[in-house]
Design a protein around this ligand. Structure first.
Ligand code: DX5
Ligand code: ZN
Length: 216
């Protein structure tokens, strides 16, 4: 079963609680995009908002840290209630250590890859991580256009995971909607992070479409 993690960056933040309740029946997780204005050209939110989301829903929360030096904050994100903490490969000098900071606190550790970073960069750490987030847009904003050749990367990763019989989950993030979902799911994506596709369109009809996808 493919899961949806709804990115609240695309919601009406002035009514965050209601927005989460509106989409809750159609999603599996809530996705929090933490941006620092240094790693990515945008600034969003951090720990206080995670705590607020926690009070609005009992769904698991995944925190996507688009910040430099994430090792300074990962434990606090777990303490604040994140079930999954995702750090970017491009921001971690000591990725193995940072992953175990997350896991030792009891959360799942995912590693995100920018569109230009090959999946092979993670080949020596595959046994240590719970999931890989393939960015299907350049990180920084909701509502961007899906980068098409990232589906090849999802397929490559999916093959590596199968060959090595690993339990790693493949998450995708950026530009997922009714037009792009079949390609990513049939390439191997298991968790879809969705901003506009869920909050700005009809979440019920999207969920229905997702459940009807047949891959040849
Ligand atoms: C982009 C963020 C995404 C974004 C997704 O940097 O990581 O999570 O909010 O939004 P959509 O689905 O609208 O591309
Ligand atoms: Zn994200």
């Amino acid at each position: 079963m493919v899961m949806i993690s709804a990115s609240i960056l695309a919601s009406d933040l002035s009514r965050l609680g209601e927005e989460i309740k509106r989409v809750e029946p159609y999603i599996d997780m809530v996705h929090l995009d933490v941006m620092d204005g240094v790693f990515v050209p945008n600034i969003t939110f951090g720990l206080p908002l995670l705590e607020a989301v926690k009070r609005c829903t009992s769904l698991p929360i995944d925190a996507h840290l688009m910040i430099v030096q994430p090792e300074k904050y990962v434990e606090r994100f777990v303490d604040a209630g994140a079930s999954i903490v995702t750090v970017h490969y491009e921001t971690c000098l000591h990725l193995h250590r940072t992953i175990y900071q997350i896991k030792d606190k009891g959360a799942q550790a995912y590693v995100a890859l920018n569109p230009h970073t090959p999946v092979e960069m993670l080949s020596d750490i595959l046994n240590d991580i719970d999931g890989i987030l393939i960015m299907t847009v350049n990180p920084g904003f909701s509502g961007q256009k899906f980068i098409k050749n990232t589906t090849e990367k999802i397929k490559r990763l999916s093959k590596i995971i199968q060959q090595k019989d690993l339990k790693i989950k493949i998450m995708v993030d950026g530009g997922i909607n009714e037009d792009t979902v079949t390609d990513v799911v049939c390439s191997g994506a298991q968790i879809l992070v969705m901003g506009y596709g869920i909050f700005r369109y009809d979440p019920a009809s999207f969920r229905k479409k997702l459940e009807e996808i047949k891959c040849s």
